[in-house]
Write a protein that binds this ligand. Structure first.
Ligand code: SF4
Length: 136
């Protein structure tokens, strides 16, 4: 893991603070969880110049950057407000799962977790869950 500079860490801290406000979610209350994800994002920002999600394995990180799916906020977060890293969560420290399809791993792991702020922070938030038939 590339050691992030203070500048990269500050950029990520600013981003996550603003993103919490934009989505109505909050950072995981356990700093062992939230700070390690923040550190991973800052490390990728340092190494790749992009905040690639640190909770996944990539055979080719540069290719993952070009594909953009896992740049934070990743597609599952933008579409379903689901953070599998557990960085952006509800007040109960669980990731939102209400927009996931029933057999999604997040739904199986955490059950149905309601979005505390359903009117903000989700692409297509005007579309009722399940109508598009698309899962995250
Ligand atoms: Fe960001 Fe998505 Fe990773 Fe959560 S799962 S830290 S939203 S990229």
């Amino acid at each position: 893991m590339t050691e992030p500079t203070e500048k990269s860490l500050k950029l990520i801290h600013n981003f996550v603070d603003k993103f919490c406000k934009r989505t109505g979610l909050q950072l995981h209350s356990d700093p062992d969880v939230s700070e390690s994800v923040i550190m991973g994002l800052a490390s990728h920002l340092e190494e790749l110049k992009r905040p690639l999600c640190p909770c996944r394995f990539y055979p080719d990180k540069q290719q993952a950057v070009e594909e953009r799916t896992w740049l934070c906020p990743c597609d599952p977060m933008k579409n379903c407000k689901y953070c599998h890293c557990m960085l952006f969560v509800t007040a109960e420290d669980t990731p939102v799962t209400e927009y996931l399809c029933q057999n999604h791993e997040g739904r199986i792991a955490y059950g149905w977790v309601e979005d505390p702020a359903p009117t903000v922070g989700r692409k297509g938030q005007h579309i009722p869950p399940g109508v598009s038939g698309k899962c995250c």
